[in-house]
Design a protein around this ligand. Sequence first.
Ligand SMILES: [Zn+2]
Length: 86
Amino acid sequence: MSENVNRRIEIDPCPRCGKPHHYALKVTRSRISDFLPGIGGDTPDERSFVRLFTCPVESSSFQATVSLIVERGFRIKDVEVLGDHV
Ligand SMILES: [Zn+2]
């Protein structure tokens, strides 16, 4: 079973125009059914995803790496860039 959560990230500086931008992400994650408490430790997991973003100033796209915290008991299946929020 999977669910969607929205996240906001900041790209600072933008590789195109050098200004900071905010983007909305749609994260599809699933609950790990066989998750057992005590396994994996208490440190949250971090996963990196490379996605295509559009600079709203230059109207050109660029690739950037997004690091997301994965809550315990969940697995991130997909990350989709919804758009920019300057
Ligand atoms: Zn930009």
